[in-house]
Design a protein around this ligand. Sequence first.
Ligand code: MN3
Length: 245
Amino acid sequence: MNRRESLKLFVGAAGAVAAGSLFGRPGALAQPAPAQPAGPFKLPPLGYAYEALEPNIDAQTMTIHHQRHHGAFITNLNNLVGKYPELAGSASDPVPLLSDLSKVPLDVRTGVRNNLGGHFNHTFFWELMTPGGAKEPGGALKAAIDRDFKSASEMMDKLNAAGLGRFGSGWAWLIVTKDKKLDVVNTPYQDTPHMELGGKPVLGVDVWEHAYYLKYQNRRGDYLKAWWNTVNWDKAADNFRKATA
Ligand code: MN3
């Protein structure tokens, strides 16, 4: 595969313009993404260019995060399908299995937890961010935030604290709980809110160091503050609608 073909394959239509400028810039990621093995799991293309979230999230972080980190979950999942063929059914909808990991054979359960969780979390994260979209919550989501947190800014403070409070690697979330209330939580590693908590995510932010270290180093709080500028509240409203349906 030559460089042009590999770019086309891994960047996707939405990122094709971005990749041209990104790869031509000093200090940008110089190597094409690794080849993906065949299988039912596919790396979903971003709906925007790698540099579209600058200056809040830099293009190099987005490129590595999407191609390498998310790409590794896809590779691992396709390898796991060989040991556990029923896993292929989760390629179209991972939530049922994430909600009941006891169905997964013990010898592959940790692999499914980490990699299917990682695939879900990152897909959710990419879709939640955008260079455009509504800049604040509206409609039924706003009403629920005001009911359960008093205001959007109080909810955002709590979510920032949940992200800062997650020791090591994990995620911070705004979820709809089993009793249909909004709550802020964090999860370790690639655990999703469906697993232990039985919750459904509305907002989610990756607080693994790979999500911010190139630009923010140890300043996770600065990353979290900037991340809010990328949130697509239209998508959050859509997540809320589905979670409360
Ligand atoms: Mn990540």
